[in-house]
Design a protein around this ligand. Structure first.
Ligand SMILES: Cc1ncc(COP(=O)(O)O)c(C=O)c1O
Length: 386
């Protein structure tokens, strides 16, 4: 992404809901002096301001169960994840990580000397997770189960019953759960009878932590603001102690902007905007998938901002996803992410690409137009995966 995203004409690799400016934020909910120009730029509140941590805590139900003391503010969820893994995982530990997912979640524990087992989801069952498989992966030294809900890149969700079963397994074996919930609460396409899955913090199990951020569901990646939340004082204090080695405080201006974005009614307006945008753009993507059904296989995402799409030839053989993405960008300026390179260690997910489908609507429409033309002019010249 580093190499290609600055030159992409139609960036459909972006995982943030269409980003907003501070002016846009004020349109969603006005506030006098969002930025206080007279504020001295000292370090500020070390763990994040009480106001911000309270607004973050209020994202979890029932309101009041998680409070400001249960939250640590970080520079994005990437730092929150790193901090949790740095604090809790080391040589001699075994961790189980849901897969496919954001590479940080399994590569960082590995780099700290832990043994990592991948808990693989099955596309055939809508990227569902097999709980028996999870039970089979648990060892006597399993320290942590790492989840990503909603999941990047598939857009699948773990339902309440599945989360409950995972919590039961963790409780039985005294395992900590780390749930990366950075795409929460962008649940835009659950089946009508399907309940919005709770956060992992809402099951009454103490040994859990959730990470989240302003980047994806809240459109403010540029302020680099995320968090760790946990009902366990022990977990929060352990992370707070190691946090001193990785950051002092987040920027005061960022804290202030996030506090406003997560205050009512701003947070509701922002989420409503993004859920609506996700639905509108997903409908456009659906139309593309239907039009090229001979070449495209997918499980329609239920939540988040990303879809994991398989591209095949007329005989159903996977095409080379890396060449596909390179050629597509060269010829059209449309940027997608190759699945085998970015999510499968060049082994799994050949033929898959990840698309971020929640940019502003015009970008989506323009990008899909180019992609359609590419499908007609170039697609059948692409090499197959080997
Ligand atoms: C699953 C997941 N976690 C964490 C991050 C990091 O996000 P940020 O640091 O912007 O909050 C990403 C970004 O793509 C992600 O997909």
């Amino acid at each position: 992404m580093d190499t290609y995203e600055t030159t992409a004409k139609h960036n459909l690799a972006e995982t943030c809901s269409a980003s907003i400016s501070l002016n846009d934020l004020l349109t969603l909910a006005p506030k006098e002096s969002l930025i206080d120009f007279s504020q001295k730029q000292v370090y500020g509140a070390i763990r994040g301001t009480e106001a911000l941590r309270t607004n973050i805590a209020n994202l979890y139900s029932p309101v009041g169960k998680i409070s400001a003391e249960d939250v640590l503010v970080t520079n994005g969820a990437i730092q929150a994840n790193f901090l949790s893994l740095y604090t809790n995982v080391g040589p001699g530990d075994h961790v189980i990580c849901q897969y496919p997912t954001y590479q940080q979640l399994y590569s960082v524990p590995e780099s700290f000397g832990a043994e990592v087992s991948l808990w693989k989801s099955e596309e055939g069952s809508g990227w569902g997770m097999d709980l028996e498989k999870l039970r089979g992966l648990v060892k006597s030294n399993t320290k942590m189960i790492i989840l990503n809900n909603p999941q990047n890149p598939t857009g699948a969700v773990l339902r309440r019953e599945e989360l409950q079963a995972i919590v039961d397994i963790a409780r039985e074996h005294d395992i900590m759960i780390h749930s990366d919930e950075v795409y929460r609460p962008l649940f835009h396409s659950l089946d009508p009878e399907q309940e919005t899955p709770p956060s992992i913090l809402e099951f009454g199990y103490e040994k859990v932590l959730a990470t989240g951020s302003m980047s994806k569901a809240f459109s403010l990646a540029g302020i680099r603001l995320g968090w760790i939340a946990s009902p366990s004082n022990e977990i929060i204090e352990a992370c707070a102690a190691t946090r001193h080695f990785t950051l002092i405080s987040v920027g005061q201006i960022d804290d202030r902007v996030a506090t406003h974005a997560l205050s009512r009614p701003c947070v509701d307006n922002l989420l409503q905007r993004n859920v609506q945008l996700a639905r509108q753009n997903l409908a456009a993507l659906d139309a593309f998938v239907n039009e090229f059904s001979w070449a495209v296989e997918w499980k329609r995402p239920k939540a988040g901002t990303t879809a994991f799409i398989k591209f095949v030839n007329r005989q159903g053989k996977a095409i080379d996803d890396v060449e596909f993405c390179k050629t597509l960008q060269e010829k059209t300026g449309v940027m997608l992410v190759p699945g085998s390179r970015c999510f499968g260690g060049d082994v799994d997910f050949r033929g898959y690409v990840r698309m971020g489908y929640v940019p502003d609507n015009q970008s989506m429409v323009d990008g899909l137009k180019e992609l359609r033309q590419f499908m007609v002019d170039e697609y059948e010249k692409l090499p197959l995966a080997h």
